[in-house]
Design a binder for this molecule. Structure first.
Ligand code: AMP
Ligand code: ZN
Length: 143
């Protein structure tokens, strides 16, 4: 099973020294102004939790639970609404990464993986992301 890198200072995860596709070559137009594209690129700082060739995971700046990690695809996708059939493997990869991070964080009692989508779904950043929340009992239904 792949090992996760240890938590590291913003933008300095050990695996950051590995070679990943240059973000600037991966997005154009509207995505150039996207907050999470800038975090993936490293021009806006973040606290790295995990990364690989397809995704980047970092601590949410306004955590709603003791563990609150955002897992985003390196490639800009607005939301689940705009994910296409060719994105199926990537969507599965994001959930796999969430499970790996949960295991590494010791969330043996459980956790929640959430994809807020669109205005009614409460999405505020238009770059698809999985929220991984854990470390406390989570209530249901959500607001
Ligand atoms: P959503 O509302 O589902 O689109 O989630 C967006 C999430 O991004 C929120 O939980 C914010 O707290 C988080 N967020 C916004 N800006 C930053 C940032 N600069 N670094 C880390 N997380 C952020
Ligand atoms: Zn983006």
């Amino acid at each position: 099973m792949p090992r996760l890198p240890a938590p590291a200072p913003p933008g300095l995860a050990p695996s950051a020294r590995r070679s990943f596709p240059a973000p600037a070559a991966m997005y154009t137009g509207l995505a150039m102004s996207c907050l999470f594209c800038k975090i993936v690129e490293g021009s806006i700082p973040s606290t790295a939790v995990y990364q690989d060739e397809l995704c980047y995971a970092f601590a949410d700046i306004n955590p709603q639970a003791p563990v609150h990690v955002l897992i985003v695809p390196r490639r800009h996708i607005d939301s689940m609404t705009s994910a296409g059939e060719s994105d199926k493997a990537l969507l599965g990869h994001l959930l796999w990464a969430a499970a790996e991070i949960a295991r590494a964080k010791g969330l043996a009692r459980g956790y929640r993986a959430v994809l807020n989508t669109g205005p009614d779904g409460g999405q505020t950043v238009d770059h698809l992301h999985v929220h991984l929340l854990g470390g406390r009992p989570l209530t249901w239904p959500p607001g």
